[in-house]
Ligand binder design. Structure first.
Ligand code: GAP
Length: 511
């Protein structure tokens, strides 16, 4: 999907009530969005898909809904107060803010793109005899681009690891990085910027400073013993949670990809120390299968972290090919015993597990899966939005915009349409049909405009089935049911609509 189509997606989301910019009447609030009537349905379905896959399908995973406000010491123990930073740099001329690491990464991408271009040109020149691997390994110009990219990547990773802001500034200067809009090279020093939002609560002691959680995971860690004791789970077991997280991103952009308020679906899996790599491999495979059930495999890939976070001994991203390239959709992290040990240390409360099989106490290790609900939403829509021509149709009916969303995730499952709006009998029957099936799944009743137009409206919000009530319905109790993707229609009995649609939109189809 091109950048143009991405713009189409953003405007489609607004036009059909999926997503609105927050506080729009006041010119909006950067990096914050509201989900409209269609958006909230799709988002709820995504959450249900995740919850069922994690909690319902595993008898050793249980749910939690912990508060957003937590004791401020939690963020000290987790390392977020000291280390949840991004390197910030301002351009003195344009007065715009940037993430220094992103500026450098963009430059690395440009080097690799130059190498790819050389390879592409050579492939055209040599035709079928072209050996790409050999060319990449021997052509001096291609090698130079690749080596420079690799060396820069290494230096960037090292500077980030050491928190060496001066070296990031040096890299920006050496690479002659310019401000994208103005071309200015007038940069400030690079400095660390903590991403946590803070607020004030009375009666908490100290200065009353609280943080809005930047991840839901810590609510799980501090409830580890509560949950283990009340559910009598034995290791290995998991705790799953869906909830809001907040990050004061230096640059929030690309629509709902990077927001300041967003939702995470996280699961912490507590395991015996020494077995974490087996579980890490298990969850990598499980999570990829979950994605592949609704996303083409070629649009997904794993990318190991170059730079491990302070708590991890292994980490990988599931990347999706968003309209702006392959980017992180989900993180799978082996978090060791870092979090539980840190909370034990700072709180003075032991957070250990007694393993009856080994007859010993230990601090469990943790494998985490963490997927952004909003990024999953963007993934579903990026996969689904299609503009296509309709065979054998004329005029404005000859093209359509359709959201090919998996039926189980679609916001509305079935639309009920009387053929004519000014025929009392048809309208009455359609209302009756609508009332009889709305108990089973979300339906829409629509009588405005010609039926063709109504089909297009339903296609645009991804409704998998449309049921039309016509004169034959009044005679023999049958309706036409139209399937969104094939546009095929067939006649079925009113009494069968609920069963047929329920089967097709059942979450079990993708679980
Ligand atoms: N508990 C681990 C954790 O929070 P992360 O990689 O920082 O790990 C996990 O975040 C997921 O949360 C990401 O893969 C992404 O899908 C989502 N996410 C992170 N920051 C986000 C943001 N600013 N806007 C939208 N989604 C975000």
């Amino acid at each position: 999907m091109s950048e143009d189509l991405f713009k189409r997606l953003v405007s489609h989301c607004k036009e059909y009530g999926f997503i609105y910019p927050s506080s729009e009447v006041y010119e909006g609030l950067n990096g914050v969005y509201d989900y409209g009537p269609m958006g909230v349905e799709l988002k709820n379905n995504i959450k249900e898909y995740w919850w069922k896959a994690m909690v319902q399908m595993h008898d050793n995973i249980v749910g939690l809904d912990s508060a957003i406000f937590m004791h401020p010491k939690i963020w000290k123990a987790s390392g977020h107060v000291d280390a949840f930073n991004d390197p910030l740099v301002d351009n003195k001329d344009s007065k715009k803010r940037f993430r220094a690491d992103v500026l450098i990464e963009t430059e690395i991408d440009k080097m690799l793109a130059k190498a790819d271009k050389e390879v592409e040109k050579a492939a055209k020149r040599f035709g079928e005899t072209f050996d790409e691997k050999m060319y990449r390994e021997t052509n001096p110009r291609v090698m130079e681009y690749i080596q420079k990219a690799e060396a820069t990547e290494k230096r960037l990773a090292n500077a980030l690891k050491l928190g060496d802001m001066a070296d990031l500034k040096a890299l920006i200067e050496e690479l002659e990085i310019t401000e994208p809009d103005t071309g200015s090279r007038n940069w400030t020093e690079v400095r660390q910027f903590n991403l946590m939002f803070s607020t004030q609560m009375s009666n908490t002691g100290d200065d009353g400073k609280l943080y809005l959680r930047p991840e839901t995971a810590q609510g799980i860690f501090v409830n580890f013993l509560n949950v283990q004791k009340t559910t009598r789970q034995k290791i290995p077991f998991g705790i799953a949670q869906i909830g809001k997280a907040f990050r004061n991103e230096i640059v929030a952009r690309q629509f709902i990809f990077r927001m300041r308020e967003f939702e995470q679906m996280e699961m912490q899996y507590f395991v015996r120390p020494g077995t974490e790599m087996e579980w890490y491999a298990y969850w990598k495979e499980k999570r990829m299968a979950w994605h592949r059930a609704v996303t083409p495999a070629e649009k997904l890939r794993f990318k190991d972290h170059d730079n491990l976070a302070h708590y991890a001994n292994a980490a990988v991203d599931v990347q999706f090919e968003f309209p702006f390239g392959f980017k992180e959709l989900e993180g799978i992290h082996s978090r060791t015993d870092f979090d539980l040990s840190s909370h034990s240390e700072l709180s003075g409360k032991k957070m250990q597990y007694f393993d009856p099989e080994l007859n010993e106490h230990y601090t469990p290790y943790v494998v985490e899966t963490s997927v952004g609900c909003d990024r999953m939403f963007l993934t579903v829509l990026s996969n689904a939005l299609v503009d296509e021509t309709v065979p054998d149709a004329k005029g404005e009916d000859s093209t359509r915009t359709v959201l090919r969303i998996a039926p189980a995730l679609a916001p509305v499952k079935c639309a009920v349409l009387p053929l004519l709006r000014n025929n009392e009998e048809l309208v009455g029957k359609a209302r009756e049909v609508y009332d009889s099936i709305k108990l089973h799944f979300l339906c829409q009743y629509d009588e405005k405009d010609a039926v063709g137009r109504r089909y297009r409206r339903q296609d645009a919000i991804g409704t998998p089935y449309c049921v039309t009530i016509d004169h034959e319905t009044l005679e023999n109790g049958t309706v036409t049911i139209r399937e969104r993707d094939s546009m095929q229609q067939e006649r079925i009995a009113i009494a069968d609509i609920a069963r047929i649609v329920s089967e097709k939109v059942d979450m079990a189809k993708i679980l």
